[in-house]
Design a protein around this ligand. Structure first.
Ligand code: AHM
Ligand code: MG
Length: 333
């Protein structure tokens, strides 16, 4: 059962109350979440001042995914790692921006949790002032505290996550969080420097009629998906299309208003573009906590077992009947 919280409850109090039931987590998971919120506030402030602080544009480098690295990507990646490394509750940060997982340096305690993170999702939108965000998922390690984290700690089923969330930097800064029971959103008051509860226990209806996909690639999709999308457009159900090109922003809108987000495989990239550990897993954990579903077309995202920390996956995520409709469409003979 989700707990009841009044609007205006601070994130700090929410974390205290929700981790209270798990005494072993109260100090550690609570500290971890507070540090993520701290780094989120730093990134939010930098995003708001990007044009003034010389933070727009690319660094001239490409990352491990072959994508252009933006200055804010680097700032955000460093902010989260610095916030997490010294507090003794984290043993590794698996980041989109780093080739290898960042293992907590020996001078600090190698703590209980692994954080998988896309520090700045949708970064191609930075220069045009569209919404971008941070996505994170948290696992509890399998190996003993105080030792170096290994692959066994982070290459594992999404069902093992203990919490996940995202922070969007848009017209306001909003942090969404789930520890498995409900999804709660907190809006940053920049004058006070604190996140306050603004959306309690979000629930998705079973079905919606908004879809978010980059239809520019339709010619390269599985023809069954093309037929499905053509079918909903031809129907009398008044479907709407909404696509920003920031997964985190498209997901947030669909979580509040209902809708399905699709990033399918294409002929050129059968596994699509999105990454399993730090994009699909955290959002799948949130969507299930809100009563929705996430699938790769045949299987629940959370049941997948990664073999590589930068592994990609097709993603269909949103209201549960919509996801099931797509799975059915893809499985037709
Ligand atoms: P990023 O993590 O490097 O920003 O890339 C992922 C982003 C997602 O936020 C978004 O859904 C997708 O790329 C958009 O891709 P496309 O331009 O192919 O539609
Ligand atoms: Mg991303």
């Amino acid at each position: 059962m989700s707990q009841q919280f009044e609007d205006g409850t601070t994130l700090d109090r929410f974390i205290f109350e929700t981790t209270k039931a798990h005494r072993e987590a109260q100090g550690t998971l609570a500290t971890l979440l507070r540090q993520i919120a701290l780094a989120g506030r730093l990134v939010s402030s930098r995003v708001n001042r990007a044009g003034l602080a010389g933070m727009l544009g690319a660094t001239g480098e490409t990352n491990v995914q072959g994508e252009f690295v933006q200055k804010l990507d680097i700032y955000a990646n460093d902010a989260f790692k610095r916030a997490l490394e010294h507090v003794g509750v984290c043993c590794a940060v698996v980041s989109e921006e780093d080739d290898q997982p960042f293992l907590i340096p020996e001078r600090f305690h190698s703590g209980r949790y692994i954080v998988c993170i896309d520090p700045l999702d949708g970064s191609s939108n930075i220069d045009v002032n569209a919404t971008i965000g941070t996505i994170f998922g948290i696992f509890r390690r399998k190996t003993p505290e105080g030792t170096t984290a290994t692959k066994d700690d982070y290459l594992r089923s999404g069902r093992d996550m203990v919490a996940s969330g995202y922070i969007i930097y848009g017209s306001g800064t909003v942090l969404a969080l789930s520890t498995g029971e409900g999804v709660y959103c907190f809006t940053l008051d920049p004058l006070v420097g604190e996140f306050f509860l603004s959306h309690s226990d979000l629930r998705l209806n079973d079905k919606a009629n908004t879809y978010s996909v980059n239809e520019g690639y339709a010619a390269k999709w599985n023809p069954k998906l093309r037929t499905y999308i053509e079918g909903i457009k031809d129907s009398d159900e008044n479907w709407k299309a909404r696509y920003i090109g920031s997964l985190v922003a498209d997901f947030h809108r669909n979580l509040l208003k209902g809708g399905i987000f699709l990033y399918p495989g294409t002929i050129d990239n059968p596994q699509g573009k999105l990454r399993l550990l730090y994009e699909a897993f955290p959002l799948a954990f949130l969507v299930e906590a809100a009563g929705g579903r996430a699938s790769n077309g045949t299987q629940d995202i959370l049941d997948l077992l990664p073999t590589d920390h930068h592994q990609r996956t097709p993603l269909f995520i949103g209201n549960k009947e919509n996801v099931s409709d797509i799975e059915r469409a893809l499985s037709k003979e």
